[in-house]
Design a protein around this ligand. Sequence first.
Ligand code: SF4
Ligand code: SF4
Length: 483
Amino acid sequence: MYDVKSMKAEEFINDEEILATLEYAEQNKNNRELIQQILDKAAPKKTGRGVECSGLSHREASVLLACEDPEIVEKIYELAKEIKQAFYGDRIVMFAPLYLSNYCVNKCVYCPYHFQNKEIPRKKLTQEEVKNEVIALQDMGHKRLAIESGEDPVNNPIEYILDCIKTIYSIKHKNGAIRRVNVNIAATTVENYKKLHDAGIGTYILFQETYHKESYEKLHPAGPKHNYAYHTEAMDRAMEGGIDDVGLGVLFGLDKYKYEFAGVLMHAEHLEAVRGVGPHTISVPRIRRASDIDPSVFDNGIDDDTFAKIVACIRIAVPYTGMIISTRESEACREKVLGLGVSQISGGSRTSVGGYAGYTPDERPHDTEQFDVSDQRSLDEVVKWLMDLGYIPSFCTACYREGRTGDRFMALCKVGQIQNCCHPNALMTLQEYLTDYASPETRAVGEALIQREIQNVPDEKRRQRAIDYLDEIKNGGKRDFRF
Ligand code: SF4
Ligand code: SF4
C-alpha cells in the first residue's frame, strides 16, 4: 500500500503505485490539455517573496517524461531552461571525487570493486596519501570534494572515514583549502550518521542504483547492500542522525528509466513529507565500462536524447534540488544537459584510488579505476569551456559554512533569494581560482567575465562590497570572503 509518510521502503517506494503511475503516464502521453495544465502548474510564478515554483508530483512528471510529441518535448525543454535560469542563473558549481578505498564486501554486478573481482588491485589510502591527494586537488583549485569508498567494516570502518575527513579539512596548502566534504559511503546506522554529521560533512550521498526491488536484489546478490529496505531507508536514518543535506541518485541503465524516474521522485516526496525538506541533490549517472564490467550486458541503457529529457523533467519536478553530473558523461552530453537543469559538475576527476598525487594532468592511472572517465579534460580546461559557453564556474561553499543547510537552505532557495548570495559568491570564488590556479588564457577570459557579471548584482551595497572583496582577493592576497 503506497504511503508517502511511511517509514518502510516498500510503502514509500511502492511498486504498485509506480506501475499505476507508468500506466497513467502512458494513457495520457498525448493528452495535450492535461500536459499543458501540468506545464502551467510547474512554471515559475512571481510572488511577493520572489520567484516560486510548485514542482510536480511523480505522476505529473511521469506524464511529461512519457510524452513523445516533439512540439511538447520542446516546451518541456524550454520550461526546464526557464526554471534553471530562475534558481541557478548561469552558475555551475564545481567539485571533484576523491576515492579513499576500493576494498568492498558487496557484490554489485555493475561495479568493478565487487569482492569477487580478482583482477583489480585493492588499495586504501593512508592518511599521508590522503594528504598528498588533497594537496594535488587543492593545487588544481578544488574547494569541494566528494569522498568515495567501498563498504568494508574491516578495511574501511567508520573511524577510517572520519580520520580521512579530519585530514582533508586540516590541510591548508598555499592558498588552498577544502571547504566542503561530501560523503558517498554505504548505508549505515543512525549512530554512524551522527558521527559523520559531527565531523562536519556537507551532503551525504547514496545512490539507490535502482528502485526496482526485484532487480535491486539480483544486482546486489551478496553483501550488506543486498538488503533493499536497509539501503532505501538510509536517508531517513541519515536525517535522524542530524545530516540535513542528502543526495539521491539512480544508476540509469540498470532498470527501466521510467520506473527509476518515478522512484526517485517518490523518494524526494517522502523526504519532504516526513522531514520537511527534500533531497539537496539528485545525481544522474549512467552505467559505464570498467574492469570486469561490460555495460552492453545491461539492456536498459538510455540514449543521449532520453537522458536529456530525464534531466529536464527532474528539473521541472524538483526545481530546488541541485542536479549533479560527473565525468562519466562526454563533453557533448554535459554541454546539452547543463542548460536543462544540471547545477553541479565534476572536473579534472580521477576515479581511481590515489589517482591525483604524482601524476601530470595527462597521466591517468587505470589500475583501480571505478569506471572509465569520458570527459578527461583538466579542471582548467573545463572552467574555460564553461565560461566560453556563457556559464559562471563557481567554487562556492558558503551556505554550508554559514549554516544554511537543510530547511534553512530550502527556505531561502524556494523564494529565489539564494541568488542574492550565489552570484557574488560565485564571482569571488572564481576570482580566487583565477588568481591562484588558472592558466593565463583562462584567467583572461574569467577576469573579463567577472567585470561584466559583477554589474548584475542587483543590490548596490552588496555589489560595492563584492567589488571591494574582489580587489582584495586579486591584489591584497585575501581569501574566503562570502555572503
Ligand atoms: S557500488 Fe559500492 S558497494 Fe557496490 S561493489 Fe562498488 S564500491 Fe562496493
Ligand atoms: S551561496 Fe549557497 S546555494 Fe549559492 S552557490 Fe554558494 S553554497 Fe550554493
